[in-house]
Design a protein around this ligand. Sequence first.
Ligand code: ZN
Length: 286
Amino acid sequence: MVINSEVNKMDIKIMNILAIFAHPDDLSIFCAGTLARWANEGHNVYALCVTNGEVGTLRRDLTKEQVAAIREKELRTANEIIGVKETLILGYPDAGFINGSELREKLVYYVRKYKADRVVTFDPWVSYEVHPDHLIVGRMAAEAAAFAAFPLLYSHQSKENIEPYNCSEVWFMGLLGHKPNYFIDISSTLDRKITAALKFEATLELLANLFAPKIDPSNVSEKELKKLTKHANTLYRSLAEVIGKSMNLTTAEAFYVLKTLPGHFDNFQQSISELLGNPPEKPKIY
Ligand SMILES: [Zn+2]
């Protein structure tokens, strides 16, 4: 058995995977099961949170600075559970108006620095997404993935030994503007996803709001945490079950994946085929 698993490990090309998201709890909600699987398989998973998430609470007894500090701690704890190798926070204001071109330059820097083969982010082309941070982060992350290969773009980065890199895929998570074309079986990592999600007080607030309004999320006893864990299990499990069901999987997370070419997505043929009324390609399961 040991020999087989060693051989299997050797068969897998180890990738650098960079998840770029807006707020500390985004990953645990949208893709933690998948990231945990990739980390288990030996890939290098990096997490880059663009804002401090300092308005993401319903509490009134804290300052933005206190919330930012709490959420940073929560993010680092959750990412350790998921198996993330390194977590970075860029510190842009939460729910503000992020300067896209400035953010893109920074994201290109990190795609190059980590030699990211795969970027995971939000779909900026989704309908009815009201949060501007999700839209701008998704858009700039996708552009960074597609543009990091151009040597004359932000060429000053090479002074810091940051060289052009060809990131080959973008995985859009969460709310999607296109039917998913990848389903990841997360039955082996769903428990870790839930444990990670429960590290966020904002998640506890949400759960308490939905299921146990008498619980004060800022002061949760052991017994209450057990109760909230049960509700988190119900909530996350049923969501993962609904996604998995369409593909005959017990639990899954869904993504829309596009390959990149320098400056573009490699989707011309597929898009034209779909415009002509042909069905989208059959989704892949992993
Ligand atoms: Zn968010």
